[in-house]
Design a protein around this ligand. Structure first.
Ligand SMILES: Cc1ncc(COP(=O)(O)O)c(C=O)c1O
Length: 490
C-alpha cells in the first residue's frame, strides 16, 4: 500500500492531506493520484504510445518549460496498469466511483474533452431526429452542436433578462410550465445553471415542473461544481431532482483545463448505458492520464479540510470584494436583486463611463490584471479557490484609480452589444439547415435570410443565431465581428 503525505499550505489554512491506498477508510482518498505516483516511482521500459517515452523524445526547451515530471506523467489509458476510461476499469474506475459517491450520483464519468463532450454525448445519446427538446436559450454552443448531430428540434425557453446589465437572468419555472403545456410531446428539458455571470435559477422548482410532466431534466452546471462542497453556495442540481448534470471541474474546481465530469443522478430516468455508448463514440480514445488524475486530485482536494477552507476563502473574498467595490464612487456591483439570486463568487461589475471591454483592457495594460471576461456593459471577476485576499486588494485599488481618472472610452465600442438577448425566429431544425445548400453573403444583405451557421460569442459561448433561424436587423449589433454570413441558398 502506498502512502503519500503532502504538506498543503494555502490561504492561511495549514493541514496535512494523506493519500492512502485503496483500503483507506479515512483521510482523503485519491486512487488515481496513488496509481500515478506508483507509475512514476516504478518506471518500465516502454515501447508504446506516447512516442516521446516519458519525455525522452522532445525538444529540451519544451521539457524545461513544462517540467520533466509533466512529460514523465503524460500517458494515456490502456498502459501501465492505470486502468481504462471506456470501459471503466482499474484506478480510473475507482476514482470515478469515489467521485460518484462524493457528488451523490448513480454514475460519474470523467471526461477529457471538457463539458463540451458531455453535452454532445447527452444530445447524441438521448435525443433523435425531430425529438422536441425545451432548451434555455442561454445554453452553451456545445448543446446546439449536439442538436445538429442528433437532429432534435429545440424549442427555446427564454430566460428572464437583466436589461441594465445586458445579461440573461434566471429561467422561470412558470414559463417552463407554459411551454410544456403547449408542447406535451417534449422529450426532455435542458437548462444552464448558473449562468456565466452567476445568476441562479430555482432548479428544485424547475425539476418539480419537469417531473409533473414526466419529462427528464438535464442541468448544465458547468460553472457550479463547487456547490457540492459548501452549504453557503446554491444547492447543486444533483440534489434538486435533475436527471443528469454537467460539471466543468476545470473551470472553478481546480482540475486541469479540458477535464470535466458528467453525473447521472441516483433517480435518473436516463438509460446510463445509452449515455456511456454515446460517450464512447464521441470521446477521444487516448484520454490524458494527467487530466483524469487532475479530476481525482481536484475532487479529493475539494473534499478535504484544506479544500473546504479554500472554498470558504473564495466566498469570503468575493463578499469582501463586493463590499469594497460597491463603496467606490462610479463602480457598480451586480448583487442579489428581487427574485434573482447569485453564486456570490462570480462578481459582475461596471465602472461609469467605461464599457466593460475598455475596462478590461485598462486593467490588463495598466495594472497587469486579467479578469474572466468583459462585455460592453461590464466585467466578470471570479473569486476562485486559488485566489488570495491580497490579490483582491490590488484589484480594488486599481478600480479606485480607474474610477477617479478620466480614462476615455473607445468610440469603436459604442453601440455594440456582446450579449445576445434576442428571441429566435425558427424556420427549420439546426440539423436541416446545417446540411442544406448554403452561400456566403454580405452581412447587410442577410436580413430576411435563414442563417446556416452557429454564431456564438465566446466567452460565454451563447448563441446569437443558429442554423435554421431567420436573420433580422435586431441581430446586426451582435454581429460586429462579421462582414459576411453563411445563409441558406434561395
Ligand atoms: C454553460 C457551459 N456549458 C458547457 C461549456 C463547455 O465547457 P468546456 O469548455 O469545458 O468544454 C461551457 C464553456 O464555457 C459553458 O459555459
Amino acid at each position: 500500500m502506498c502512502i503519500i503525505v503532502m504538506q498543503m499550505k494555502s490561504h492561511g489554512c495549514e493541514n496535512l492531506i494523506s493519500f492512502k491506498g485503496s483500503d483507506a477508510l479515512d483521510g482523503v482518498y485519491a486512487p488515481l493520484v496513488d496509481a500515478m505516483t506508483a507509475y512514476k516511482n516504478n518506471p518500465c521500459i516502454g515501447f508504446h504510445i506516447p512516442g516521446h517515452n516519458r519525455g525522452q523524445g522532445v525538444l529540451n526547451a519544451f521539457s524545461s518549460l513544462i517540467g520533466e515530471d509533466a512529460l514523465n506523467l503524460d500517458t494515456t489509458d490502456e498502459f501501465d496498469n492505470l486502468g481504462t476510461l471506456f470501459p471503466s476499469t482499474g484506478a480510473i474506475d475507482e476514482a470515478q466511483k469515489v467521485a460518484s459517491s462524493v457528488f451523490g450520483s448513480k454514475r460519474t464519468f470523467f471526461l477529457t474533452g471538457g463539458s463540451t463532450i458531455a453535452n454532445l454525448a447527452l444530445a447524441f445519446g438521448l435525443t433523435g431526429p425531430l425529438d422536441k427538446i425545451i432548451i434555455g436559450r442561454n445554453c452553451h454552443r456545445s448543446v446546439l452542436s449536439g442538436m445538429i448531430i442528433s437532429g432534435a428540434n429545440p424549442s427555446w425557453l427564454m430566460p428572464k433578462k437583466l436589461n441594465d446589465w445586458a445579461i440573461y437572468g434566471p429561467v422561470d419555472p412558470v414559463d417552463l410550465r407554459g411551454q410544456l403545456e403547449e408542447n406535451p410531446d417534449t422529450s426532455l428539458v435542458w437548462v444552464t445553471n448558473p449562468t456565466y455571470e452567476g445568476v441562479v435559477s430555482d432548479i428544485e422548482a424547475i425539476a418539480r415542473v419537469c417531473h409533473e410532466f414526466d419529462v427528464p431534466l438535464i442541468v448544465d452546471e458547468a460553472h457550479g461544481c463547487l456547490w457540492n462542497f459548501s452549504d453557503v453556495l446554491p444547492k447543486p442540481a444533483l440534489q434538486c431532482g435533475a436527471d443528469a448534470v454537467v460539471h466543468s471541474l476545470h473551470k472553478t474546481g481546480g482540475s486541469m483545463t479540458q477535464s470535466s465530469m458528467l453525473h447521472i443522478s441516483k433517480n435518473s430516468r436516463f438509460d446510463v448505458q445509452k449515455i456511456e455508448h454515446a460517450l464512447k463514440l464521441l470521446h477521444t480514445t487516448s484520454p490524458s492520464l494527467l487530466l483524469l488524475t487532475s479530476l481525482d486530485a481536484a475532487r479529493a482536494y475539494l473534499s478535504s479540510s484544506v479544500g473546504s477552507c479554500a472554498i470558504k476563502n473564495a466566498i469570503d473574498n468575493a463578499l469582501y470584494f463586493r463590499e469594497m467595490a460597491s463603496k467606490i464612487k462610479g463602480v457598480r456591483v451586480l448583487n442579489a436583486l428581487n427574485n434573482v439570486s447569485f453564486d456570490v463568487t462570480k462578481v459582475f461589475i461596471k465602472v461609469d463611463g467605461l464599457s466593460g471591454k475598455r475596462l478590461e483592457s485598462i486593467l490588463e495594460l495598466d495594472f497587469s490584471i486579467e479578469i474572466e471576461s468583459a462585455s460592453d456593459e461590464g466585467i466578470l471577476v471570479l473569486s476562485n479557490i486559488g485566489n488570495k485576499k491580497e490579490e483582491f486588494d490590488v484589484l480594488i485599488n486599481a478600480l479606485r484609480k480607474i474610477a477617479s481618472s478620466n480614462y476615455p472610452d473607445l468610440a469603436y465600442l459604442e453601440g455594440i452589444k456582446f450579449m445576445p438577448l434576442t428571441a429566435p425566429s425558427v424556420v427549420m431544425t439546426p440539423r436541416e439547415a446545417y446540411f442544406s445548400k448554403k452561400e456566403r453573403i454580405k452581412k447587410e444583405d442577410a436580413i430576411g435570410r435563414v442563417c446556416a451557421e452557429v454564431i456564438a460569442l465566446c466567452p460565454p459561448g451563447i448563441s446569437v443565431l443558429l442554423p435554421g433561424e431567420l436573420i433580422t436587423k435586431e441581430h446586426l449589433p451582435y454581429l460586429s465581428d462579421y462582414s459576411e454570413l453563411q445563409v441558406l441558398s434561395k
